[in-house]
Design a protein around this ligand. Structure first.
Ligand SMILES: [Fe+2]
Length: 452
């Protein structure tokens, strides 16, 4: 773990995407031997090649329904339904999320509150014209802002917390894995106010949380054991057991995420219709994961030092030439309104529509779901220090635009929930039936943050 004094270089959201100008590097020869380590024997190669064929068939079979339903394939639920079901998704929605990897939750935050969030953010930006970095530089749509009052409030909104805890309940871990899925922490990300007709903030298909690391890191690789053994059908994307200690960023990359966020997410601060510059995903979570992880290992690629879209320090890119079935099954989010939230699994292929083809802005606060576990607590520690000083959070380009802004959120201005979310206070002790892993996670958290 780096200290807050070793924060990342300046930049913007483009630094992690090769198609936006992020630096590409070549793979050193050790990556070729890594392939042989994962697929050591001829019989392992046969299993991978056969599994790959079954995978292509599965894509073909599933594609028809996706084509027919389009955006309606994305599971949708109201926040009220989660509340009425003791903070859990109704069973049929949970099953759909497991298959599709994503969900739209309606009315997480009341409409007026979401409108107020945007007004406050706009005012914050206006107060500091010329002092905030954004992408693209000449007409920012994604702002390097982390400490506006709205962001702090949204991240620890009680409903948002309930929604992300419901998402955690879709996951599971072994009793001894040091994670507590009944608790979440705040990960401070930036925001987007994408103007009508904007074309510059188009993100091509990709997956975050590292690229080559999924093969390279022994613990990260264990999350995908069934895929690498040629049994992708048995892969469980919601088993957190080995995610807890997986190392997702070997290269201190400018846009690399060093926490385990089981779902990425955003909260809408606008009416964002399909076509209005919204998120796109491949709604076949298991199949798409198996596809990009297996393809570099099939017979055709096993002797090539090429991980097809995975390069050190950048996110995993998914191109049309190499992964046509993924690109062809991408769908946009259905229409959402102020206060609706969208979440997608950490292994999910996603993109942003090339154009905001609407008359209104496409504005969101990026907020993921971040359960309690050691790597997350360690990050919260340095993030807390950054917050206290008004610096950019440690995972993001070190612009530190907000350091001297008097109107940013500060430790003295935040409420009880926000303090807990930011690691400034700790959680009450655990119930007696807590697992050994839950106990360990809280013990670690208290020790790391200085509460023990
Ligand atoms: Fe992304």
């Amino acid at each position: 773990m780096m200290a807050a004094s070793q924060l990342k270089p300046k930049g913007d959201i483009s630094s992690v995407f090769s198609h936006l100008g992020g630096k590409e590097t070549v793979l050193d020869p050790s990556f070729l031997s890594l392939k042989k380590e994962i697929v050591p024997e001829a019989e392992d190669q046969v299993k991978i090649d056969e599994a790959y064929q079954r995978l292509l068939q599965s894509f073909e079979k599933e594609a028809a329904e996706i084509k027919e339903k389009g955006s309606a394939i994305v599971p949708q639920v109201t926040f009220a339904e989660i509340e009425a079901n003791q903070g859990q998704f109704p069973a049929h929605i949970a099953d759909e999320i497991r298959k599709r990897g994503c969900v739209v939750i309606r009315n997480v935050v009341p409409e007026q509150e979401a409108r107020d969030y945007k007004d406050q953010v706009q005012e914050y930006i206006n107060n500091h014209r010329g002092q905030i970095v954004g992408f693209p530089a000449n007409d920012p749509q994604v702002w390097e802002i982390y400490w506006s009052q709205s962001q702090l409030a949204a991240r620890s909104h009680p409903n948002f917390n309930t929604a992300t805890l419901a998402l955690n309940k879709i996951w599971h871990a072994s009793d001894s894995a040091a994670i507590d899925l009944s608790k979440n922490l705040g990960y401070c990300d930036r925001l987007r106010i994408r103007k009508p007709q904007n074309k510059s903030f188009a993100l091509q298909e990709h997956i975050d949380s590292g690229s080559v690391e999924r093969w390279l890191d022994p613990e990260y690789r264990k999350c995908y054991t069934e895929i690498f053994n040629g049994n992708w059908e048995n892969h469980d994307p919601f088993d957190a057991t080995h995610r807890v200690e997986a190392r997702m960023d070997y290269y201190n990359s400018p846009g690399g995420c060093s926490v385990f966020r089981n779902f990425q997410g955003w909260l809408a601060m606008a009416e964002i219709k399909t076509g209005g510059g919204t998120l796109r995903v491949c709604p076949l979570l298991k199949q798409s994961t198996a596809y990009f992880l297996m393809k570099p290992l099939i017979k055709e690629y096993i002797d090539k030092n090429d991980y097809i879209g995975a390069l050190p320090g950048l996110c995993q890119g998914i191109g049309k030439t190499d992964y046509p079935q993924i690109i062809d099954t991408m769908v946009s989010m259905p229409d959402v309104g102020y206060g609706d939230a969208v979440f997608w699994h950490c292994d999910q292929v996603h993109a942003v529509e090339p154009k905001n083809d609407s008359q209104v802005d496409s504005s969101v606060l990026y907020i993921p779901s971040v359960p309690l576990c050691r790597i997350n607590s360690e990050y919260i520690l340095i993030q807390r220090e950054a917050f206290e000083k008004g610096l950019t959070p440690p995972d993001f380009p070190g612009n530190h635009c907000e350091e001297r802004f008097e109107d940013r959120a500060k430790p003295s201005t935040i409420n009880k929930m926000e303090k807990l979310n930011m690691g400034m206070t700790t959680f009450p002790s655990l119930p007696t039936d807590a697992t050994s892993g839950q106990k360990k996670a809280l013990e670690n958290h208290n020790k790391i943050l200085g509460f023990a």
